[in-house]
Design a protein around this ligand. Structure first.
Ligand SMILES: [Zn+2]
Length: 449
């Protein structure tokens, strides 16, 4: 009987890390870090785990599980755990989001990491353009929908799904005793809902023995306000058209290419020019090499512009990109001089650029991310202070990366799996009663499937 052990994603959104064992086959599904992973013991940047001691601090504090045969030799020094040769056949990554990949940094470099081709490009671009991101040199093996990865008697079939990052997959894991379905993160209301349909159709055909499902939006009450991507486009266009001679600034998740496209299209419709951050420009250029991804080649073909900050010393990737883009690499004075003609992407960590841009009072700021989880969210307070200072009006406009409660309920009912294991949710108990057998996971406790 296959067995599932959850080491993360239990009663929380993100941090997915599931060990699936079938016969002698042992694979991990995702290797993520929880949001707020260090927040109980550390404060960035003053007090952080001591990297020079690998996993020592994290293991002593109980933040990382002691799993023999998983971690790289260099990470185990001083942890009291002895390195042993890898005892896992692979880690299967559903998509390149922090909460699904970040703990790859600790994984033994000899364990193969299976992920989509697009995901691989995104991880590389992320590492190349951020000094804080380094997941290590792994044996990455890429797949696309239609491929099947055979591990002894078990076959892992990745099938694309729609989520807020390109290259997202769900998995059908065909074990000798039946198929286990793992959703990864998915949605139907995004621009590629048909991909999620493809995944579900294939899952239905297998009469799964188990469903490991995300439940991000399984929330009591109505949940947060949520729009479709199309509604975000309409809302953003309206704000941009009404801004007249004022600046429009937007912020969204850096790897959400659909959202980037939405803002690009909205700006076009409103007769404005969309200026991406330099990091987004770097990612988009990297993705142009991905022949399977259908996205307008905004830099190569459409002459898009990117914003570069004034730095004491810029990183190599930034310098090279800036010289490659030539006149299309713009700065704060360009934005200042063209406030009525542009829409600027500005990340939270770059808010200080507003000092240099010095926008006219009465501009607009479109916050295109999740609403803050708590009322006293520190980032939200800080953001609002900045906006007040520069007289920018705050707009909330976001389409979630996750299926709604009703869609999740319908999925479970249609699939009729032998067992349901709700993960990646703060309310796993809300799945009880949706299927004949729902097992709520506990960290480290094996579940028979
Ligand atoms: Zn996630």
């Amino acid at each position: 009987m296959p067995q599932l052990t959850c080491y993360g994603g239990v009663g929380e959104i993100g941090g997915n890390k599931f060990l699936l064992e079938a016969g002698d086959v042992r694979i991990f599904l995702d290797m993520g870090q929880t949001f707020g992973f260090l927040s109980g013991y550390f404060v960035d940047p003053w007090l952080m785990p001591r990297k020079r001691f690998g996993l020592r601090d994290l293991m002593v504090l109980g933040l990382m599980p002691r799993i023999p045969g998983l971690y790289d030799r260099s990470e185990l020094k001083g942890t009291g755990m002895k390195w042993t040769p890898p005892t896992f056949d692979g880690v299967f990554i559903s998509h390149p989001h922090y909460d699904h990949i970040f703990h790859l940094a600790y994984v033994d470099r000899d364990i193969p990491i299976y992920l989509g081709e697009t995901g691989h490009i995104i991880i590389r671009a992320w590492e190349d353009s951020s000094s804080r991101i380094d997941l290590g040199q792994h044996d990455y093996r890429t797949f696309r929908t239609g491929d099947v990865v055979k591990v002894d008697e078990t076959e892992v079939e990745p099938i694309h799904v729609d989520h807020s990052v390109p290259g997202a997959y769900g998995f059908l894991i065909h074990t000798p005793e039946g198929t286990v379905v793992y959703t990864g993160d998915l949605r139907w209301h995004g621009p590629h809902g048909e991909m999620t349909d493809d995944f579900m159709r294939a899952a239905l055909d297998t009469h799964p023995i188990a469903l490991i499902t995300e439940g991000t939006r399984m929330e009591p009450g109505g949940g947060r306000v949520n729009y479709s991507e199309e509604e975000v486009l309409q809302g953003a266009t309206k704000i941009m058209k009404g801004a007249r001679e004022r600046l429009v600034v937007s912020t969204f998740y850096p790897r959400d290419i659909d959202r980037m496209r939405t803002f690009y299209m909205a700006a076009l419709e409103a007769g404005r020019e969309f200026i991406t951050s330099s990091r987004t420009a770097f990612l988009l250029k990297a993705l142009e090499a991905d022949t399977g991804l259908h996205f307008p080649r905004v830099f190569s073909e459409y002459g898009a512009k990117a914003y570069f900050r004034e730095m004491a010393s810029a990183s190599t990737w930034e310098r090279e990109l800036q010289s490659e883009l030539g006149a299309r690499a713009v700065d704060s004075s360009y934005v200042h001089d063209h406030q009525s003609e542009v829409v600027l992407q500005l990340d939270f960590s770059h808010l200080a650029e507003l000092v240099d841009i010095d926008p006219k009072q009465g501009g607009h700021f479109i916050h295109s991310k999740s609403e803050p989880f708590q009322e006293d969210d520190i980032e939200d307070t800080i953001l609002r202070n900045w906006l007040r200072s520069f007289g920018l009006e705050h707009h909330q406009l976001h389409a979630s990366g996750h299926a709604s409660r009703a869609e999740l309920e319908q999925m479970v009912k249609e699939l009729k799996p032998g067992k349901v294991i709700p993960i990646h949710t703060e309310h796993p108990e809300m799945f009880l009663g949706l299927s004949k057998e729902v097992e709520l996971p506990a960290v480290g406790r094996p579940i028979s499937l």
